[in-house]
Design a protein. Sequence first.
Length: 595
Amino acid sequence: MIFLLSSGSKLKALPAAQIAKSFLVGLWMDTSMAGYICALPLLISAILWFLPPFRTTERVLKWYSLTLVIIFSIICVFNFNIYREWGSKINHKALDFAFNSPNEAIASGASSPIFASLLTLAVLIAGSLWLFKKLVRFDLERKVTTPFKVGIVLLLIGLNFVAIRGGLQLSPMNESMAYYSQTPLLNHAAVNTEWSLMRDILKNNSSKNPYQYYPQTTAESLLKDVLRKPQLPGVQVLTASRPNVVLIIMESFTADVVESLGGEEGIAPQIEKLASDGIMFDSIYASGDRTDKGVVAILNAFPSQAIRSIMKLSSKQEKLPSMAKTFRKYGYQTTFFYGGESEFFNMKSYLLSHNYQKIIEKDDFDKKDMNSKWGAYDDVVFDKLIHTSTNAPQPFFYTLLTLTHHEPFEVPGKPRFAGAQVEDKFRSTAFYADSCLGDFIRKAKSQPWYKNTLFVVVADHGHRLPRNKWEIYHPNRYRIPLLFFGEVIKPEFRGTRVPKIASQTDIASTLFTQLDFESDEFKWSRNILNTGTKGFAFFDWDNGFGVVSSEQSISFDNTGKNIIQKKNPDRAGDEQLLGYGKAYMQQVFQDYLNY
C-alpha cells in the first residue's frame, strides 16, 4: 500500500479495480515470504512444545519479530525512494552500493523527501508493533496428548512448506506469479519486496544465464545480422591522423535538456553552440541507467548487463578491450579526471586495469575545492585538465567524468532556475555543467594543443528528469547527446547532424575508424558514420531490455515475458526487432558470465 501511495501520480489513469487486484495477486508471494519468516519460530516452538516450560521462548521470539519489523520497515522506506530513481525495487545492486559506497549513497539519497520517509518509517514500526501485540500469542496449550501434538506440528510444517513453495502446482514460487497487468508499476507492487530481494541476493553469484531465449547458434545468427560491419569505407571527417582526444562524459546529461534534440529550451546553450560547429549525433541511446554501466559502454564498448555490473568484478572487467588500451598501443598518453573518489564502484581498479597511466581524483584537489557532496565541482575539474595539459606530451587521450549534475543537484552560487522542486534543481545543475563545458572549450582554445584536438562529448546515461515522465523502460529515458567537436574536423562537416540510431557502444568503432586504429576486438561496436551500418540501439534496466530502430521501439519485461512498450503499437512484423533484442541480451549476459 505504501509503495502504491508513493507512486500516486502514476496511478491516476488506472482503474481502481486493477490497482486493488495487486493486493490479491500479490497475496501468494506475501504468504511465501511469511512462510520463510515463520520457519525458524515454527521449528523452535515445535521443539519446545514437547519440553517443560521454557520461559525465554517469548523473549527470543519477540526480539526476532522486532528485528524483522525494523528491517522490513527500513526496506519499505528505502524501496520507494530507490524505485523513483532506478525504476526497480531494492535489490542486491542497491545493497552493494549502500554498503560499499556509503558516502555516494547518502549523496544520491539527499534529494529524497527525508521528513516523509522518516514519518513513514515511524508509522510502519509503531503500527506493526501494535498489531504484533494484539495478534500474537505465546501461550502454547500443553495439556494435550503427544500424538495430537505430533499431528499438529506435522500439519503446520506441511502448511508452512506449501506457503513457502507458493502452492502445490508444478512450478514453485517465482516473481512471474505476481504479474498480472500490462502496467509494470502494478506488477512491481504485487511482487513482495523482501522475497524478491532475498532471491536476488541468493542468485547473485549464479552462473546461469537468466536471459536464455534461444539456442546459442540462433542467438549468434541474429547478432551477426544486427552487428554486421560494412566492408565499404565510411566517411572520413578528420583532417589529422593522430589528434589528441579529449573524451568528456557528462553525468546524467539526458537529451531532454538539449533543445535541438527535442529537449527543453535554454538549459544547454553551450552544447548547442558547439554543435553548430561540430558533428551532433541526434539519435544516440545509453546502454544502461547508471554511471558504472555507461562508463563501461563508452570506454569498453561493452553493453550493460542489466542486473549485474562488470565494473565491480576485477577478474571480469580486466578481460574487456578498452579505448585507453588501444590509445596506449598507438603511443598516446592516458589520464582520467574525476572530482570524486576513484574507489567509487571499483573505478580505480577498473581504470588502472585499462592502461590509464594517471588518475586525477579527489585527493589531487585542494581541500577548499572539496565543496560538493561528491567532491570537487565540475569547473574545478575542467581547470585541472587545462593545468595538466600544459606542456604535456602529445598525443594524449584524456577522459573527464563530471559529477555535479547528480543527486542532490547542488550548484556553487545562485541556481539558474529558481524553485525548490527537484526538477528545477536538475535544470540548474544541467545548465551549470553545460556552462562549465563551454568555459573549458574557451580556455582550451588558448592552449597550443587545441588545434590538433578532437573533443568527444557524451552522457553516461539519461534520466527521468527534468520532465519526470519517462518510466525506466521507455526509450526516451535513455536518449542522450553525442558530439564531436574541434578544428581537426574538416570544414565541410562542421555543423553536421547525424540522424542514425546508435548506442554509446558505437563510439569506440566510430572514433577508431577515423584514426585508422584496429578495432575488431570491439565486437559490440559499429561505425556510426558508415552509411551501411544498420540503425539500431539496445538498452536495458534491471530485468528488462529495449531495442530501437528507425521504424519502431520495443521494451520487453523479462519477468513477465511480455512487451510493455511499443512506439507504434499497431505496426506488424516486429518479431525480428524483438528477436535482435533477445539475442543481444542473451549474449551480453553470457559474455559477462564467460569473462
